[in-house]
Ligand binder design. Structure first.
Ligand SMILES: C[S@@+](CC[C@H](N)C(=O)[O-])C[C@H]1O[C@@H](n2cnc3c(N)ncnc32)[C@H](O)[C@@H]1O
Length: 272
């Protein structure tokens, strides 16, 4: 199913890596992932989330603060019963692992542009195919996936549409305007009204919103490390002033978690 990120021809296994008929070769890293991000497709030396962000997110998620979000994501994914699926922007793989466990017989793939993230992610669940790759040039064949997951990540909607098999869909998980509201109140004089519908304007013709739901709960963070990690894994970690961030880390926090799940489905039959 893998395709060459340079010439788009099929990749096949060779020695400890993969190669295409044109002779482009990609090695498998010691940790087990494939690096399918050629240097000419990088816009910086180490694109994507850096080690500090990856580790903050891993600590926060491993502490279970967002466990209900992952549980519902995995239930929804299992309900769609894809034969092949891909997590786009998998980060350090917390949600990916939950999806993989809910879909034990499916053929699973996960990619992120951050090498640090994929290095950590691929330790989690060996049977998956873990890739360092760009979501703008996903090295998988057209119409190859019945389910795509996009969790708190940016998304290239045209690529997502290309990858979806007829009848397949994209499961997107993202914040509503209430998400972390009390935290944002503490960090900024004016809380920006976050538009949690704006992704709907980006949905290409051929994909339709078939299901939406919201999951909300209140998180009580009495651990300073958890508060510091929450800041470090979000843009608030660099957007807010140092004084406001220090004040948030210093005091217990009750904060709303509010997440929407959307399922965008590709029609079962292509238009003639
Ligand atoms: C907010 S994190 C979410 C990670 C994970 N889904 C989670 O929720 O724990 C966004 C992720 O998107 C990745 N990313 C950003 N731009 C990307 C791109 N062009 N291609 C692939 N991944 C990208 C980042 O490296 C980062 O790991």
């Amino acid at each position: 199913m893998l395709t060459c990120p340079i010439c788009q021809q099929a990749l096949s296994a060779l020695d400890n890596g993969v190669t295409c008929p044109a002779g482009h070769r990609f090695d498998r890293a010691r940790q087990g992932y494939l690096n399918l991000l050629p240097v000419q497709h990088k816009n910086s030396r180490e694109p994507g989330d850096n080690l500090a962000m990856v580790e903050a997110r891993r600590r926060f998620l491993e502490a279970g603060h967002y466990a209900p979000l992952a549980k519902r994501l995995a239930e929804l994914a299992a309900g769609y019963a894809p034969a092949r699926w891909l997590d786009i922007g998998c980060g350090e793989g917390y949600y990916t692992e939950q999806i993989a466990k809910a879909l034990p017989t499916a053929d699973g793939y996960a990619l992120d542009i951050s090498r640090e993230a994929v290095r950590q992610a691929c330790r989690r669940h060996k049977p998956l195919t873990w890739l360092v790759a760009s979501m703008a040039r996903v090295p998988l064949a057209d119409a190859s996936c019945q389910l795509l997951a996009s969790v708190f990540s940016p998304l290239d909607w045209q690529e997502a549409q290309r990858l979806l098999a007829p009848g397949g869909g994209l499961l997107r998980m993202g914040p509503t305007r209430q998400h972390l509201y009390e935290l944002r109140q503490k960090l900024y004089d004016e809380v920006r009204d976050y538009d949690d519908q704006k992704h709907l304007d980006l949905v290409p013709d051929g994909l339709q919103l078939a299901h939406s739901e919201t999951l909300e709960f209140v998180l009580h963070l009495d651990d300073a490390q958890a508060r510091a990690d929450l800041l470090a894994m979000t843009p608030h970690g660099w957007r807010a002033s140092a004084e406001r961030r220090a004040a948030v880390i210093a005091a217990e926090l009750e904060v709303s978690v509010s997440i929407r799940y959307d399922w965008f489905q590709r029609a079962s039959f292509a238009n003639p």
